[in-house]
Design a binder for this molecule. Sequence first.
Ligand code: MN
Length: 268
Amino acid sequence: MKTIVVSDVHLAVHEAGRPTMERFIAFLRQLDSAEVSRLIILGDLFDFWFEYRHVVFSGYFDVLRALARLRDEGVELHFIGGNHDFWGGRFLRDQLGITIHDGEARLPFGERQALLVHGDGLNPRDWAYRLYKRLARLRVVVALFRLIHPDWAMRLAQWVSHGSRSLHPRDVSKGSEIKPLQDFARQALAEGRADVVMCGHSHYPVCETHPTPHGAGLYINTGDWLYHESYVEWDGAEFRLFLWGEPPEEIPCREGEGAEEQARAQPQ
Ligand SMILES: [Mn+2]
């Protein structure tokens, strides 16, 4: 049975977000529960997600329905929050049956152990963001935000998000996001903390081999759905990175940068 991993769909409820939403729903609808046993969402599924006691954002209805269909057919759903949707909680868990992982997930893929993180806040120099990340998760901050009317909360989120959207993610990701993610993965693999490290957030799909104490490890970045429509498929044995299409196009795994020198420095 297969596992599918996808991240950074950045579903948005405004007009400009409609094509992405429709393509992603089409992707979910073609997943066959006879073949797929697990779907892992590695953060930033929503451009904005917030939960109230009695309200769900109506613009997400179709995607929630598509996820509910998979759940009803027995597909395991996992969610690791990203920087746009870490406020996922009771609704996703209780109504949709999604397993919510706090910050990071460790999941088995056959014999291999994978460490999955969205990837935001890994850059130690980005102290301002790291502070924001802590504050935004405080119970009191969440309780205060909940006082804002849902329509206004969505409006506010769209306005905030618009600023970051004006930069093309492929440009954003070039320097500041790709390297810290790769460093994090390489280190986790070198220390033997996982056989496979998967991240999203950079919007740049990558599959690289890096050494672990017990052989070759893998760093995979799921890329994004917003611009690449990339996803990872584990078929029970191998991990493969694809760009969705008719047929899907595979992005081959390559030897990670610096992997050679690292292998030489490491006593075998
Ligand atoms: Mn992100």
